[in-house]
Design a protein. Structure first.
Ligand code: TRP
Length: 382
């Protein structure tokens, strides 16, 4: 028998040191190959964004098929989401960054799901008021990344249920309890809200096809931990007469304290840069962040540091290096010992502060129109 894995990844639990290639095999997803990235590059024109060029996205399902359809004149829509359990941190932006880039480059529509119901069901410590509150707060942050108000639609579960429910009824009938029990590891004590919930996460995949009475392809950028939901979706899609969604999966980013996965460490405030942190808090967190540096300056000059395990390098990699050239320089100077951790942190902090300032301004502007993106009506009666 194969040895048990020493990590766990499901939508409701991420723990251990994740072997990403092994996870891909376990989930049965495809490798995001250089050939596929080159195709994306060709379709989009211009440079690929850092999350693609630097390997944060590493796995997919049927991305090639989606690009075939696109090139034959069938545009897709984007779908991603957020479970509002608290303020967003910079790693939560990974899927929305890619969506924003794809929307901007290809002019496609975006559907965002805010699951204030899911987080209430999944996290016993949160009240309904809290998940609803964080839902709106998170939505402002997401929209402020630069989504186009005319092409962006939001399913805020508790406010959009009338729009989602007619389709959820059909979806739910196709999903046996044995499937969700096996896929999500539910126990007899799991509340029935969560048992039903996966049906609601599936609905946006089919919603535009339902509304338009034709097969509209869907692309979901998401963390690999969300793949189990969409395995269920893909299994039932054809039975309902809808296309299977395509996916592109990112790795889970390391926390500032050096843990392997962030989503298990939500209670550890210093492990992430929250978008509502003050500049002083951001400074303190980055200054205290785990790095791949050596015990002494002398040793680091002589032996160099290890970027791959460094949480500050992860910041450069995912967002704050202005281009691939600068990212390559930082990586090289880190490895050689030319760049010391204190200086590196000072440099990245300048970028982070600039990003926070611009984001705060954009966030105020979106509040005028955020509410208007929330879909509240079904496109047809049944
Ligand atoms: N379940 C996700 C979370 O806990 C939220 C979500 C809803 C989502 N729909 C999605 C994530 C689609 C990615 C893609 O955060």
């Amino acid at each position: 028998m194969a040895p048990p894995e020493d990590f766990v990844v499901t939508p409701y639990e991420v723990k251990g040191r994740i072997d990403y290639q092994r996870l891909r095999e376990l989930f049965g997803t495809q490798d995001l190959t250089p050939e596929l990235l080159a195709r994306l590059h060709q379709v989009a024109g211009g440079d690929l964004p850092p999350l693609l060029s630097r390997g944060v996205y590493y796995s997919h399902r049927d991305l090639g098929l989606l690009l075939d359809l696109y090139q034959k004149g069938s545009p897709f829509f984007l779908y991603s989401g957020r479970g509002p359990s608290g303020p967003l941190h910079t790693s939560h932006l990974v899927s929305f960054d890619l969506c924003r880039w794809l929307q901007k480059t290809l002019g496609v529509s975006m559907y965002i799901q805010i699951t204030d119901d899911e987080k209430y069901w999944a996290r016993s410590g949160l009240t309904r008021e809290q998940t609803a509150y964080w839902g709106m707060e998170n939505l402002y942050d997401i929209l402020a990344l630069g989504f186009d108000p005319k092409r962006t639609h939001v399913f805020f579960d508790s406010k959009s249920i009338a729009a989602l429910y007619p389709l959820a009824i059909r979806v739910a009938r196709k999903i046996p309890y044995s499937t969700v029990k096996a896929v999500f590891g539910f126990e007899p004590s799991t509340n029935i809200g969560l048992v039903f919930y996966t049906a609601l996460q599936t609905v946006p995949c089919f919603w535009p096809s339902w509304a338009e009475d034709r097969a509209v392809p869907c692309l979901i950028p998401c963390g690999i931990d969300q793949d189990p939901h969409f395995r269920v979706t893909r299994d039932i899609a054809e039975g309902l007469g809808y296309p299977k969604p395509s996916l592109i999966h990112s790795q889970m980013l390391p926390g500032l304290l050096g843990e392997n996965a962030m989503s298990t460490t939500g209670d550890r405030e210093d492990n992430a840069l929250f978008l509502n942190d003050s500049p002083a808090t951001v400074d303190r967190k980055v200054r205290g962040a785990f790095t791949g540096g050596r015990a002494t300056v002398e040793e680091q000059r002589r032996l160099g540091a290890t970027p791959e395990i460094c949480s500050v390098w992860a910041l450069w990699r995912t967002r704050f290096a202005k281009d691939d050239r600068e990212f390559a320089d930082v990586t090289r100077d880190c490895r050689s010992g030319a760049l010391l951790c204190g200086d590196c942190k000072g440099r990245v902090l300048e970028r982070i502060h600039a990003f926070y300032a611009a984001h705060a301004e954009a966030r105020i502007k979106v509040q005028d129109w955020a509410e208007s993106t929330i879909v509240t009506q079904a496109p047809k009666p049944i």
